[in-house]
Design a binder for this molecule. Structure first.
Ligand code: HEC
Length: 111
C-alpha cells in the first residue's frame, strides 16, 4: 500500500468515528427518555410502568399487536387510548429517523 492510500484510509476511519459519535444511539435515547416508564429491558417493571399499567414489550404477543407505523406515530405525536393521552409525544426531542431507530430497538427487546 502506498502512503497516499494509507492517508485516505485514516481519513475514512476518522470520518466513521466522528459520524457514529454524532447522534446518540437508540439504546441511549431509550435509557434517557423511555426507560423510566418502559423499563430498561422493556418489561415496564418500574414504578411508573406499574402505575400506568404499561405492557411488557418483551412479549411476542404484545410485539405482534404493535405496528411499526403506529409505534413511530406514538413516539413522535403521543399515544392516545379512548381519547386520553397515555404517553406524550417526543417530536421536540427526536427526529423521524430517531423514532424509527427506537422502534427497531423495541423490536429487538422481544424474548
Ligand atoms: C411517562 C411514561 C412514558 C414514557 C417516558 C414513555 N412512554 Fe411509551 N408509553 C407509555 C404508556 C402509558 C403507553 C401505553 C400503554 C402500553 O403501551 O402498554 C406507551 C406506549 C408506547 C408505545 C406503544 C404504541 C403502540 O402502537 O401500541 C410505544 C412504541 C412507546 N410507548 C414507545 C416509547 C418510547 C420510544 C419512549 C421514549 C422516547 C417512550 N415510549 C416513553 C408511557 C411512557
Amino acid at each position: 500500500m502506498n502512503s497516499t492510500s494509507k492517508i485516505a484510509l485514516v481519513g475514512v476511519a476518522l470520518a466513521f468515528v466522528a459520524g457514529t459519535s454524532h447522534a446518540a444511539p437508540a439504546s441511549e435515547n431509550w435509557e434517557n427518555s423511555c426507560a423510566a416508564c418502559h423499563g430498561e429491558d422493556g418489561k415496564a417493571q418500574t414504578k411508573q410502568g406499574k402505575k400506568l399499567k404499561i405492557r411488557d414489550y418483551t412479549e411476542a404477543a404484545v410485539q405482534a399487536e404493535m405496528k411499526d407505523d403506529e409505534m413511530i406515530k406514538a413516539i413522535l405525536d403521543g399515544y392516545l387510548e379512548n381519547g386520553k393521552e397515555r404517553m406524550k409525544g417526543f417530536r421536540d426531542e427526536y427526529s423521524e429517523q430517531e423514532a424509527k431507530d427506537l422502534v427497531a430497538f423495541i423490536r429487538q427487546l422481544k424474548t
